[in-house]
Design a protein around this ligand. Structure first.
Ligand code: C2E
Ligand code: MG
Ligand code: MG
Length: 578
C-alpha cells in the first residue's frame, strides 16, 4: 500500500485494452488509483498539465503520438517536474532499451511483464517521486518561515517595519486616511541594563500585546518598528468627514488611551511601570507622500516629545520641519565658521556684593555672514550633536588664554564652558594643559564650567580628569546648578570650588517663596561645603539684595553687565577698579 499522498500519482498511457486492464487491476490491488489514457497526444497534455511528478507507465506504440515522442516533448517542455517514466514495450533488444532511455525514459519494462518486476520498478519511481514531493513541501514551509521572518518581529510576533510600511502604502493606495503613531518606551535602555535583556524582551512582549489590546475593536495595525518603538496605524472610518482640528483631536484621543493603558504596571519583576512618548501625524492620500516620509514625520514628532522630557504626545507640524531645516543649515554653515573666523569671544562680567569686578564668563558668539548674530542657545546644541563642539571649545579656550596672556599682571579669572563631549575626550586633560602652557597662562586664572549632566557618565574617568586638572591649578564650577538630576554627593568627592545657581531659581526672587527657599538652601549647603556661589541671571536690584542678604555671592546678570566683546569688557571693568 503506497503512502496516501502517492496513491493517485500513477498514469497509465496504454491503448491495448488487455494490458490496460491488467495494469489497472494490479495497481488497484496494491492500493493505487491510476489515471488511464489511451491516446498519445492526450497523455502528453495530461502529464504536462500536472504540477506534481507522476509515475508514467508509457506504451511505446500508441495512436496519436508514440511513447518516444511523448517522453521527448515531456522532457523538453516540463523540465521543472521530474516525472518518472517507465517505457512499456514488446521490443526488448538492448538497442531499444538504450534508445528509450536516451529519449528521456527513466526505466524500461518488457511486455508481457512480470507483476513482481512491475512492482519493484514502480517502487523505485515512488521513492524518487516521494522524495521530490517531500522536498517541495519542505521548501514551501521554509518559504513561509522566511516570509514570516521578513515581515514579523521574532520577539513580539507583531508585524515589523517592513510589513508596517507596506500597510501604510496599501492604505494610501486605497485612497484612505489614517492616524499614524510611533510609540517609544521611555528609558527602556535602563530597564534593559538594570534587569537584563530577557526581562527587556518580556516587557516588550507585554507592551506589544497591551498596545494591540488598546485598538482591538478598530481595524488598526500595531507593529514593532525598532528596538523599543512601536508603530500604530488607525484608519479613519470616513476620511472626508474629518476637518483638520478633528484629526488633531482624533490623534490626541487615541494617544491618551495609550498613555493611560501603559501607565498600569506590567506583571514582571513585581510590577514594572513605564511611561511612553508618542509622535503622531495624519496619513492621507492627498499628501501624496511615500510611506517612509510619513514615518520620518512621526519620528520627528517623537524626538520632540523625548526632548521635552518624555511621557507625552507631540503631533507633527510645519514648524517642526522649519526647525529641522534651520538646524541642518546651521550645521552646514557652522562647519566652516571657525576656519572662516566667524566666531567672536564675548565676556560677561561677574561682580561681588559691592558691584566690584571679580571675573568673567566666556560666552561664544557666531557672526553669520548672512544671518548676523546667532545665539549659542541655537548653535551650541547643534555643535554638540555634530561633534563640532570640540573645535569650538578649543577655539574658545585658546582665545581666553590669549587674552589672559596679554594681561599677565592683572588679577582676574575667566570661566570657560566645557561641554560634556569635550570633557569626555581622551586627550582633554593633555589638551587643556598644553593650551595654557603654550601661552604661559597660570591655570588658576581659569575656571572650567561643567554641568551636572557630566556626572552621570563614567565617574571614575570624570574624577581622574578633574583631579589631574585641579592639581595643576584649574578650578571647577558646576553650571546651571539645580537643574540636573544627579545626587549631591559628588560635591564632596570631586574637586569642585564653585556652583552657579541656575537662572530659573533667581527669576522668581524675591517674591516667589519656593525659589527663595531653594536659594537659601543652596547657600547653606555651599557654606557647609566651602563652595563659592555665583548667581546667574541677576536682572533686578531686588534680586541682588535678596541674594546678598542670603550669603556671600558673586553676581552675573544683565543688571551689572551684558555679554560684550571680550576686550571691551576687560577695558571697561579694569578701568573702573579704583
Ligand atoms: P550658560 O553657561 O549658563 O551661560 C549663561 C547664559 O545666561 C548666557 O547665555 C548669558 O548671556 C545668559 N545670561 C546672563 N545673565 C542673564 C540675565 O540677567 N538674564 C538673562 N535672561 N540671561 C542672562 P548665552 O550667552 O546665550 O549662552 C547660552 C548657553 O550657551 C550658555 O549657558 C552655555 O551653556 C552655552 N555656551 C555659551 N558659550 C559657550 C562655549 O564657549 N562653550 C560651550 N560648551 N557652551 C557655551
Ligand atoms: Mg556657563
Ligand atoms: Mg549657566
Amino acid at each position: 500500500m503506497p503512502e496516501e499522498f502517492l496513491k493517485d500519482q500513477i498514469v497509465i498511457a496504454e491503448d491495448d485494452p488487455i494490458t490496460q486492464l491488467l495494469l489497472k487491476s494490479t495497481l488497484k490491488k496494491w492500493g493505487f488509483d491510476p489515471t488511464n489514457i489511451e491516446d498519445g497526444k492526450e497523455a502528453l497534455e495530461l502529464i504536462k498539465a500536472s504540477e506534481e511528478p507522476r509515475i508514467v507507465l508509457l506504451d511505446w506504440l500508441m495512436p496519436g503520438m508514440d511513447g518516444i515522442d511523448i517522453v521527448r516533448r515531456l522532457r523538453r517542455e516540463r523540465k521543472d517536474i521530474p516525472h518518472y517514466v517507465i517505457m512499456l514495450t514488446s521490443k526488448n533488444e538492448k538497442k531499444d532499451v538504450i534508445y528509450a532511455l536516451e529519449a528521456g525514459a527513466d526505466d524500461f519494462l518488457s511486455k508481457p511483464f512480470d507483476t513482481e518486476e512491475l512492482k519493484a520498478r514502480i517502487k523505485v519511481g515512488l521513492r524518487l517521486v516521494g522524495l521530490h514531493l517531500q522536498l517541495k513541501k519542505a521548501i514551501k514551509s521554509a518559504k513561509r518561515l522566511a516570509d514570516f521572518i521578513a515581515h514579523y518581529d521574532q520577539t513580539t510576533g507583531l508585524p515589523n517595519r517592513v510589513l508596517f510600511t507596506e500597510n501604510i502604502e496599501k492604505l494610501v493606495n486605497e485612497g484612505r486616511s489614517a492616524a499614524l503613531m510611533q510609540v517609544n518606551i521611555d528609558r527602556f535602555k535602563r530597564i534593559n541594563q538594570a534587569k537584563g535583556l530577557e526581562m527587556g524582551d518580556l516587557l516588550l512582549n507585554y507592551f506589544g500585546a497591551r498596545l494591540q489590546g488598546c485598538f482591538e475593536e478598530e481595524e488598526a495595525v500595531v507593529a514593532r518598528i525598532a528596538a523599543d518603538e512601536f508603530g500604530i496605524l488607525i484608519p479613519f472610518d470616513d476620511s472626508s468627514a474629518y476637518a483638520t482640528d478633528e484629526i488633531i483631536n482624533f490623534l490626541y484621543t487615541k494617544a491618551q488611551r495609550i498613555h493611560a493603558r501603559m501607565a498600569e504596571p506590567f506583571p514582571i519583576d513585581k510590577g514594572v511601570t513605564v511611561t511612553v512618548s508618542i509622535g503622531a501625524a495624519p496619513v492621507t492620500c492627498e499628501m501624496a507622500l511615500e510611506p517612509e516620509e510619513f514615518l520620518r514625520r512621526v519620528d520627528l514628532a517623537l524626538r520632540k516629545a523625548k526632548a521635552f522630557g518624555g511621557n507625552q504626545t507631540v503631533i507633527h507640524d510645519r514648524k517642526m520641519e522649519e526647525e529641522v531645516r534651520q538646524r541642518y543649515q546651521i550645521e552646514k554653515d557652522l562647519a566652516g565658521a571657525v576656519a572662516k573666523g566667524e566666531l567672536r569671544l564675548f565676556l560677561q562680567a561677574q561682580v561681588d556684593c559691592k558691584g566690584r569686578f571679580h571675573g568673567a564668563e566666556a560666552l561664544v558668539r557666531w557672526f553669520h555672514p548672512e544671518h548676523g548674530l546667532i545665539s549659542p542657545g541655537l548653535f551650541i546644541p547643534v555643535a554638540e550633536e555634530s561633534g563640532l563642539i570640540i573645535q569650538i571649545g578649543t577655539w574658545v579656550l585658546e582665545e581666553v588664554c590669549d587674552l589672559l596672556s596679554r594681561r599677565p599682571h592683572e588679577d582676574f579669572s575667566i570661566s570657560v564652558n566645557i561641554s560634556p563631549m569635550q570633557f569626555a575626550r581622551e586627550d582633554f586633560v593633555e589638551h587643556v594643559l598644553s593650551v595654557v602652557s603654550d601661552r604661559s597662562v597660570s591655570p588658576d586664572r581659569i575656571i572650567l564650567e561643567v554641568t551636572e549632566g557630566l556626572l552621570i557618565n563614567d565617574m571614575t574617568d570624570v574624577a581622574r580628569k578633574m583631579n589631574t586638572l585641579s592639581e595643576a591649578g584649574f578650578r571647577f564650577s558646576i553650571d546651571d546648578f539645580g537643574t540636573g538630576y544627579s545626587s549631591l554627593s559628588y560635591l564632596k568627592s570631586l574637586p569642585i570650588s564653585e556652583i552657579k545657581v541656575d537662572r530659573t531659581f533667581i527669576k522668581g526672587l524675591p517674591g516667589d517663596e519656593d525659589s527663595g527657599a531653594i536659594v537659601r538652601a543652596i547657600f547653606l549647603m555651599a557654606q557647609t561645603l566651602g563652595l563659592k556661589v555665583v548667581a546667574e541671571g541677576v536682572e533686578t536690584t531686588d534680586q541682588a539684595e535678596f541674594l546678598n542678604k542670603s550669603g556671600k555671592v558673586i553676581h552675573q546678570g544683565f543688571l551689572f553687565s551684558k555679554p560684550a566683546p571680550a576686550d571691551e569688557v576687560i577695558e571697561y571693568w579694569l578701568g573702573r577698579i579704583p
